[in-house]
Ligand binder design. Structure first.
Ligand code: BV8
Length: 232
């Protein structure tokens, strides 16, 4: 069985990573246009760099939760028939043991050089505009996909959606495209679809089945059920 899982901020919420649109959402205090668009960055580069520097530094204080661990266990069983597509820019899937992860909105622990377009692993602050190790130009920005920019790995994602038997969306509000449209694509290609979310997402009606609850509880239950260990 081929399974594609899409994750959003909700899967990292129980690890202590703030989500975007919940009450204490990350965007509070910041308009999306200020911090998650190229225009916002050009207008206030230092403020945007600090916004991402703070989130990069915060990674040291959070741990994967049972939902991340359950997906890593499912990958161990399904191997190449399993893929996680995440909108998240944290590294909790990897630290939870997942290796087959596509970060379609980029990653906090990566920097992108606006000079030579090189992407590179980056763990420090960017607010002091360090020079690019490759081209020497001091134009390193967060390697994240802002609104209006093209998400990463869209070809590999489309290919996986075409072939999957089951598409599961975990912890996302379904507010951002193209990720929010993946469920319709998977349905068109004949996949079963399941949503695991605290509240019904904006796209809940597109899923054959939608379960509400905490990812840390629902995801291990679903994985055990899929592996034939839990109640069917
Ligand atoms: C693109 C940056 C072209 C990094 C982010 C009009 C109509 C349709 C589309 C558009 C439109 N106008 C503009 C667009 C396109 C635009 C878009 O979608 N806008 C929206 C606002 C309408 N999209 C783009 O610009 C994208 N690019 O379209 O390029 C293209 C398209 C296809 C192919 C080629 C080219 C680029 C979008 C990327 C934007 N960058 N982040 C960063 O700072 O993180 S988006 C940002 O929102 C994050 O990446 C985040 O992941 C994403 C989605 O949020 P969620 O992950 O869903 O988080 P949220 O807080 O919203 O929801 C959390 C959910 O979890 C909730 O439902 C909650 O109930 C639940 N939850 C909470 N706790 C738990 C839980 N669930 C379970 N357990 C819990 N404990």
């Amino acid at each position: 069985m081929r399974v594609v899982v899409l994750t959003g901020a909700g899967i990292s919420a129980e690890s202590g990573v703030p989500t975007f649109r919940d009450a204490d959402g990350l965007w509070e205090g910041h308009q999306v246009e200020e911090v998650a668009t190229p225009e916002g960055y050009d207008l206030q580069p230092t403020m945007v760099q600090r916004f991402y520097d703070d989130r990069r530094a915060a990674l040291a204080h959070v741990q994967p939760n049972p939902a991340h661990l359950a997906l890593a266990r499912l990958e161990q069983v399904l191997g190449d028939d399993f893929l996680v597509v995440t909108q998240n820019i944290d590294d909790l899937h990897e630290r939870g043991g997942s290796t087959r992860v596509l970060h379609m909105h980029g990653e906090l622990l990566s920097a992108l050089c606006r000079g030579c377009r090189q992407r590179m692993r980056w763990e420090q602050d960017l607010v002091d505009f360090p020079p690019c190790p490759r081209c020497g130009v001091a134009e390193l920005r967060p390697d994240v996909v802002w609104f209006g920019e093209v998400p990463y790995e869209m070809d590999r994602i489309a290919f996986a959606l075409e072939r999957c038997d089951l598409f599961v969306s975990i912890g996302t509000s379904g507010a951002v495209y193209p990720a929010a449209g993946f469920v319709q694509a998977a349905t068109t290609y004949g996949a079963r679809t399941l949503e695991l979310n605290l509240l019904p997402s904006e796209g809940a009606s597109h899923f054959a089945e939608s379960r509400q609850g905490l990812a840390g509880t629902l995801v291990p239950q679903w994985v055990a059920q899929l592996l034939g260990e839990g109640p069917s």
